[in-house]
Design a binder for this molecule. Structure first.
Ligand SMILES: Cc1cc2nc3c(=O)[nH]c(=O)nc-3n(C[C@H](O)[C@H](O)[C@H](O)COP(=O)(O)OP(=O)(O)OC[C@H]3O[C@@H](n4cnc5c(N)ncnc54)[C@H](O)[C@@H]3O)c2cc1C
Length: 512
């Protein structure tokens, strides 16, 4: 029986990211999905700055940029007036906007990257059950023709969506709540003066309507319908969308060309753990929340960018297996903060209490115009300020300049190219700012750790410093030439030494 290093269950954005990223890192990965064809519906639209930063050096983001629309601000309206806004074009990223791309397109591009790297999704293959011991996971798969297969894998990634059969089979809890509000979604054309570079939100005493521009005159509507004027059919009609539009939005427009509509209730839940033995949970299988702020799909993609390099290093025997525990330690605090943020935003926008509505329309301009909010809100929405400082992988990792261990390393432009293109994307890389003989000496014992030297990192870090950068673009450890012990401690703790070239070429060395 073949032993797969990694079996990924589910080929939504989370599973497809796991598949291409593991393949890029040299892992022989298998991915299955019970659906016989890719999904064709738009669902998640917003691709955030941090996701684009991570997908660019992985050769996915450029294609996404070509086929999408860009939103540079959010405008909040009430009672026929624009009352406040958030501008994204000051965000500390090359991608200072929210990219609007239908989820079906994002999935197509992720699948095409996986295919370029030699991985194709096996469709019509359903996860049924699993059992595991210390060495492997045995997974029962049912093929669409009825054949039942027992697949064996070293590790399994559960990316099988919010109802996750894998999570249920493991008995992992999914705690949280279902919110009572009923949301109406639809992709339409709008004949009217609606900006196409702005996310427009209209607040009314009886709910809100958000308009997301998809480009080419198409828009996504998302609206609450607290008093049920659109009935309860699973797919709201064009007339339903026009009714909601007319009663909430002051910009007259004719809605037409409906090509998808849906209705949903918000669930806000987080899995009790992201790891059970040799099985890891990610994406909607691990966390679901309100679509406020367009965070869900992005979080799933970033889960997998965090997990994949750890799996790859442990599988090739160059990192301690404990590294795999840091997936949950990194991601769970970030996910919990995200779920709390989307719950707060949902509570504010959904309120139908007249006093709450009056308070929101009165105070939103004041709150959103404060300098601190103008600076921090776009970076939070863009998932740029999420940090893994609290994770065990950052413990004792120190810092340099304004960066602490666990922080995102900005992908700054340097004379030799963008930082993420200079560092090695498969192993932790030691970045030296200028000459640093003391740190070079430490590194000599760690032949598997690549070194990159730059003359300056501009405002990011002072000369003479060093950053150990993780393959997912976060600081592993950092310091000055006096902090060589810190570097050794991190490498000793997490990596297993790779024999140096001198040793491997020695006649005394044998690879037995
Ligand atoms: C109507 C709607 C609107 C949404 N709007 C937004 C939005 O505006 N912004 C946002 O950020 N998010 C939105 N979301 C959420 C977003 O779509 C999800 O966060 C995203 O799809 C999660 O990706 P995933 O890969 O984790 O899970 P999914 O996309 O759910 O993929 C799971 C995959 O697992 C497969 N699978 C399930 N069970 C099995 C099994 N037993 N065996 C094998 N395969 C299996 C499924 O076929 C599916 O392909 C929306 C979702 C819906 C439904």
């Amino acid at each position: 029986m073949t032993m797969h290093p990694v079996l990924v269950v589910g080929a939504g954005p989370t599973g497809l990211t796991a598949a291409f990223e593991l393949a890029r890192l040299g892992v022989d990965v298998r991915i299955v999905d019970r659906a016989t064809a890719p999904s064709t519906t738009s669902r998640a639209l917003g691709v955030q700055a941090r996701t684009l930063e991570l997908l660019r050096p992985r050769d996915v983001a450029d294609a996404m940029l070509l086929e999408s629309n860009r939103v540079y601000r959010t405008a909040l309206h009430a009672d026929g007036n624009r009352i406040a806004g958030i501008h994204f074009d000051g965000m500390p990223s090359e991608y200072d906007f929210i990219l609007m791309l239908a989820q079906s397109e994002t999935e197509r591009l992720l699948a095409s990257r996986a295919a370029e790297l030699g991985v194709t999704v096996e469709r019509g293959v359903e996860f049924v059950a699993l059992e595991q011991d210390d060495d492997a996971v045995r997974v029962t798969l049912r093929h669409s023709g009825g054949r039942v297969e027992i697949a064996t894998a070293s590790y399994v990634v559960a990316a099988d969506g919010s109802h996750s059969p894998v999570r249920k089979a493991l008995g992992v809890s999914f705690e949280g709540r279902s919110l009572p509000q009923n949301y109406v979604l639809g992709d339409v054309h709008l004949a009217g003066a609606m900006p196409e570079d702005q996310l427009s939100i209209f607040l009314a005493a009886n709910g809100f309507l958000a308009v997301f521009p998809m480009g080419g005159g198409r828009f996504r509507f998302m609206a609450t319908d607290p008093d049920g004027v659109t009935g309860d059919d699973a797919e709201p009609t064009l007339a339903d969308l026009q009714t909601l539009y007319d009663r909430t939005v002051h910009v007259p427009a004719q809605v037409h060309g409906l090509n998808w509509s849906s209705r949903f209730r918000i669930n806000s839940r987080v899995a009790g753990t992201l790891r059970r033995g040799r099985v890891f949970l990610g994406g909607d299988a691990a966390h679901v929340h309100s679509p406020a702020g367009g965070q869900g799909m992005n979080a799933g993609i970033q889960d997998m960018i965090n997990l994949a390099w750890k799996l790859a290093l442990v599988l090739d025997g160059t990192a301690t297996p404990d590294l795999l525990d840091t997936y949950e330690a990194d991601r769970l605090p970030v996910i919990r903060a995200l779920v709390a943020m989307t719950e707060r935003a949902t509570a504010v926008f959904n309120s139908t209490n007249p006093l709450a509505h009056a308070a929101l329309t009165r105070f939103a301009p004041f709150v959103l115009s404060r300098r601190a909010v103008r600076r921090t809100a776009p970076a939070r929405l863009g998932q740029l300020s999420a940090t893994y400082r609290l994770g065990s992988l950052a413990a004792g990792g120190g810092g340099l300049g304004g960066l602490r261990a666990g922080d995102r390393v900005p992908d700054v432009a340097l004379p030799a190219g963008r930082l993420y293109d200079l560092v090695n994307g498969t192993r932790p890389t030691l970045l030296l700012v200028g000459e640093n003989p003391a740190i070079e000496a430490v590194r000599r014992d760690w032949a598997g750790v690549p070194v990159v030297r730059v003359a300056s990192l501009a405002d990011l870090a002072p000369a003479g410093g060093w950053l150990l950068i993780r393959p997912d673009g976060y600081v592993a450890a950092a310091g000055t030439d006096r902090d060589g012990r810190r570097l050794t401690a991190w490498l000793d703790r997490w990596l297993l030494p790779v024999l140096s070239r001198e040793q491997t070429q020695s006649p005394l060395f044998s690879r037995k």
